[in-house]
Design a protein. Structure first.
Length: 239
């Protein structure tokens, strides 16, 4: 999203406020009717209160609960402080699925790290909900995506994360932002998804930073009672 306090401020030559509004309108006008919304970070590009107020007001038009977690461009305190009561930054329950939101941000850094508190929170929720299917959401990618420049600023303590993950067999999916591109891998029977941006995209599999020309997008996720996940990316230029 990368919203700025001034609605006309561009993010890499595109207006993120306009593209975000287009994505929300596309969701609202489509025949696909979701039960909830996941925002995997970088709601704001400058961390200001007005950007969160504007974003949450727009999301509320969908009349859905939302899981909103911080990214490296966010101000964590402002993101959480201004969350509407029907939104959460940590936990969302959808039928027999539990969605866990993790804060992987490090102050004044583009890199990601899950603190001991965040890891303990994740493990506690996993232990207390073994009868539920679990989806874990965070901003920074916990896997190598073969783009050297952004792999250097992914989740630093991947091993600590997966050490906990491998202890549980009811984790069905992991969703992350940060990479501004479509990504999927099946990792030990856990489906892992990276999602394009509602604004500008990054070129996949590049050693050095390079912009992609693909349009704004969002991801649709379909959850089934047996724990199966199906997902597709919707590009706004798709017919």
């Amino acid at each position: 999203m990368h919203l700025s306090s001034c609605e006309n401020t561009l993010f890499r030559e595109k207006n993120p406020n306009h593209t975000f509004n287009q994505v929300i309108a596309h969701i609202d006008n489509s025949e696909w009717k979701p039960d909830a919304l996941i925002v995997t970070g970088d709601i704001s590009n400058d961390g200001t209160k007005i950007t969160y107020d504007r974003a949450y007001k727009k999301i509320k038009e969908l009349r859905l609960p939302a899981l909103c977690i911080p990214g490296n461009h966010d101000d964590r305190k402002n993101l959480i402080k201004h969350l509407p009561s029907e939104f959460s930054d940590t936990l969302l329950v959808i039928k027999n699925f539990i969605l866990i939101g993790l804060d992987s941000t490090v102050k004044s850094s583009s890199e990601g790290l899950l603190s001991s508190d965040e890891l303990e929170k994740m493990q506690y929720i996993l232990q207390e909900n073994t009868s539920k299917n679990v989806i874990i959401c965070l901003h920074h990618q916990p896997v190598i995506i073969d783009s050297d420049w952004i792999d250097k600023i992914g989740l630093k303590n991947k091993n600590d994360f997966f050490k906990i993950i491998k202890e549980y067999d009811h984790i069905r999916g992991i969703f992350f932002g940060h990479i501004h591109q479509n990504y999927f891998i099946n990792h030990n029977n856990i489906r892992m998804y990276g999602t394009p941006s509602t604004c500008r995209q990054f070129m996949p599999k590049e050693k050095n930073f390079k912009m992609d020309t693909r349009p704004p997008a969002y991801r649709r996720i379909e959850l089934f009672e047996d724990g199966t996940i199906k997902s597709e990316v919707v590009w706004l230029d798709d017919k």
